[in-house]
Design a protein around this ligand. Sequence first.
Ligand code: GUN
Ligand code: ZN
Length: 427
Amino acid sequence: MQQLIRGRVLDFHADPAETGDNHRFLEDGAILIEDGRILAVDDHARLARPDLPEIDHRPHLILPGFIDTHIHFPQAQVVASWGAQLLDWLNTYTFPEEGRFNQQGHASAMADAFLNLLTDHGTTTAVAFCSVHPESVEALFSAAHARNMAMIAGKVMMDRNAPPQVLDTPQQGYDGSKALIARWHGKGRQRYAITPRFAITSSPEQMAATGQLAREHPDCHIQTHLSENLDEIAFTLSLYPQARDYLDIYETHGLLSEKLLLGHAIHLRDREIARMAETGSRAVFCPTSNLFLGSGLFDEAGLRAAGITCGIATDIGGGTSYSMLQTLNEGYKILQLRGQKLDPLAAFHWVTRGNAMALGMADRIGTLQPGSDADLVVLDVRATPAMALRAERIRSLAEELFILQIMGDDRAVAQTYVAGAPMKGRG
Ligand code: GUN
Ligand code: ZN
């Protein structure tokens, strides 16, 4: 069945940070949808037909759904844990919490709650770390598959420097990942990410196993963490004394490629930046987390100038909000502290097409091109009294976007569509 979704439609075909001809905006636009795909986008008058069911979202904006390129599914109940930086935060709060995800009932209940939170905040695709337990991956993929929602996720591999209830072994990490890839990678909209947590929690033997998985499954993403915190870096280098630098550990085990997503990537050496650029490895900026854990200030302009493609993400539960709008808000402030600017068009490009490009998926998500998946977010710039008052003085689309970027959160998300189906208030 075809349906028409009407509103003020915005999407991007290029990066506003690189070129002036970068977006399409239709003041009275419409998106024609059939079977979860976009058939056409145009002025409403050109697409409307008497027989076509229509949902009118005017005066709200309609964009491609937000993409979150780094989030931890088992950390929904870790958010807002007080007083620690990375390593203490992991040991005190995070590892014990992840230990609960060996129970299928808990994992399934959390998966439903987690996906509801994502879509309530306008996020339609996420790249998620699960816990070490295959049950947690099973729960997340099952819930996402039932919603026809594109998830990229994987079981963390970790075999040391954590409590026993969240450890596997090199063999269990390999076998467990392999079985989950066979079961879920490419099933509907689900994709598997090979997930060594970070070098501290993987022995050289386990690192070698992740390299073998990467060679055997070159179309799977790989997600891990890099150079988030100075104590983390020192500990990592003490565990791998042969390594030239932190990235070298991942490099030696064959993980560097356009499929590799490196969370944080804050405190980098020149060699690491050069190798990331040469191999196409991605850096993922996690603003609310970097501020909350006191990790440091990401150098977006520096990495861009080096030719590195960067994603942006929440990093729940080191991060403090599921909202990609709040993520952009904090990202703007971090870049201010570095003397860099995140302009609103570039910001909304980043959380849609930019993140899709970082994932190599821009033909299907982060876009409204015909043939792509009908994942949409509907944004209301007058969602709160303070926003409505500020909105009285809007003079341009960029200004409207910037109010959403700085003041917006889930209250500004009027609706979210996943493969053409409305997710908010579906009860
Ligand atoms: N490094 C290794 N694991 C984690 C995690 O769960 N969160 C963050 N922020 N950094 C990590
Ligand atoms: Zn993380």
